[in-house]
Design a binder for this molecule. Structure first.
Ligand code: FES
Ligand code: FES
Length: 162
């Protein structure tokens, strides 16, 4: 079985073919940026993108994502190593405390901002509300998503004007 992840093709070991995407990513393919939190679809720490949609890898059968384009936190930066505006904003705003939830928070935010330009504060809260942070960094998460939205809007304007 093959999967497309971050623009590359990966061969999945037979032993993992009936499992879920989270363990294929972490244990089989060594993409450890996607985190295991609750393992039951509640916390969002395992969020990845499947064809651009934020998806909980712990609840996703690997068989169901064959033929899709999967994106994980490892695939967000540019090939030259430039961080995605959401990643940069989370650093600039010093969002993480323990950081366990953060790759899921960032993947959720990226999927949201790719669909929504110039979101309101209420839209950000709504989009992020199912991603839990045990350290309670919610105010900084909201600020960082808002900052990233501004940067992404600015980048679009710049590209459009070029
Ligand atoms: S580990 Fe997947 S939702 Fe919590
Ligand atoms: S930063 Fe610790 S769980 Fe979110």
């Amino acid at each position: 079985m093959e999967l497309r992840i971050n623009g590359q093709t990966y061969e999945v070991d037979e032993a993992y073919e009936s499992g879920n995407l989270l363990w294929v990513l972490r244990d089989n393919l060594g993409l450890m940026g996607t985190r295991f939190g609750c393992g039951a679809g509640f916390c969002g720490s395992c969020t990845v993108h499947v064809d651009g949609v934020a998806t909980r890898a712990c609840m996703t059968a690997v068989q169901a994502v064959v033929g899709t384009e999967i994106r994980t936190i490892e695939g967000l930066a540019s090939p030259e190593g430039e961080l995605h505006p959401v990643q940069q904003a989370f650093i600039d705003k010093q969002v993480p405390q323990c950081a366990w939830c953060m790759s899921g928070q960032i993947m959720q935010a990226v999927a949201f901002l790719e669909e929504t330009s110039n979101p309101t504060e209420e839209e950000i809260v709504e989009a992020m509300k199912e991603n839990y942070c045990r350290c309670g960094c919610y105010v900084r998460i909201k600020d960082a998503v808002s900052t990233a939205a501004d940067v992404m809007a600015q980048n679009k304007t710049t590209v459009g004007a070029a």
